[in-house]
Design a protein around this ligand. Sequence first.
Ligand code: BES
Ligand code: MN
Ligand code: MN
Length: 457
Amino acid sequence: MEKLLQIEEYLEANKETFESQLIELLKIPSVSADSSFKTSMLEAANWIMHCFEAMKIPAELIPTEGHPIVLAEYHRDDSLPTVLVYGHYDVQPADPLDLWISKPFEPTVRDGNLYARGATDDKGQMFTHLASSQAWMNTVGELPCNIKYLIEGEEEIGSAHLEDFIEAHRERLKADVVVISDTCQLGPDQPAITVGLRGISYFEIFLQGPKQDLHSGSFGGAVTNPVNTLTQLLSSIINKEGQVQIPGFYDAVESLTEEEREQFSGLPFDEENFKEQVGVDGLSGEKGFTTNERRWARPSFDINGVTGGYAGEGAKTVLPAKANAKFSFRLVPKQDPKQIAIDLEKYLRDQLPPGIKMEFKAMHGSPGVVVPQTNPYLQAAVTAIEQGFGKTPYFIREGGSIPVVTTFYESLGLNTLLLGWGLNDDNTHSPNEKFHLADFHRGIRSSAYLWQAIREI
Ligand code: BES
Ligand code: MN
Ligand code: MN
């Protein structure tokens, strides 16, 4: 008890220090998707390395074929439980830049929020576990349990090298439970533990029509227009009732159970408020399901970007030579991203009209997960969040994906605690990303208590 008081005092006294540390990390533009930021990726990984070194936790920077991984290991005693903390130091591209009020890599505080790319996803959330460890190390001089920290730099591009890394380091990564803070609360002041995530399957297609752009008067109606074909192909993927039309797509999808539906509908959720948050006057989706069922427990299809033809000023009568689209499906557990790629490619090729060639690229995929709600570590997380937030967490699901959660379960047999400190309106992947500083500090506090609660299981 004495120790926890010391920790409380340290956290209170060091709020500004934690904020300025996070600000340093946020200044590094570690955009994993864009190779022109490669040196910043290394810089961010090194910053994290130094953070561990400063608190005397041994850490190693491990190169991969992509961006490096930071692995730190605090080992105290074999008889104590071992936690594996996962987080990511890479961020999404910051564009469109002109929509940011303050620049994405010049972190700025406004109204109690810290604005920067990566503020909540995931540098700010990930850093709560480093800050809580600093508090323990700098006061008590040790952590209450063994903790390993795996911080990667490729989450936002599908964690391409992580699965092999985990397979190759099975012994070193041995643990009792995984902890990840990279999700959201149910709402402001409504902390939540996420017990399910959707998977993803991401594709890009390139259509080639004539060898170069043509006059649409001389050739239109006789030569197939690849932009026309692209829009036809894309709209054939889903019908007006929100159902995906690829044969076999729903074969592995399990129906929601009555308990799940009750658990979802029992949560405080204000649809009007949700619409207001995203700025729309109506919602749509798969027929027969509620908004949260659609977001958390049913597959979905989204076109992420389309290019082709003339989009400049004025009218240009052209029959374009090329068209391209990036699109993705969110998946529920048991749907296999590899099978979906096979079925989808066939479905599209079968529809291709004469005069169009298609290049089909399956970019990345990972299945959805639901973690068992009987796992004893969940109770430790509930206790820790009650201490940190002064509120009992809700059990929710999320529609986003964290591919490594499945790998941890399948390769290492580990369950994950998804303890999210973010808010749904934090603008992740979007301009003006932010992290509510009160949540940052509540997250640090919850994390500090979590290590103790896990020890006491
Ligand atoms: N932190 C998110 C995952 C997330 C988003 C969880 C929303 C809960 C709610 C993560 O960084 C992310 O963006 N993941 C990608 C995964 C993809 C690139 C493989 C995603 O969901 O698009
Ligand atoms: Mn994330
Ligand atoms: Mn993300």
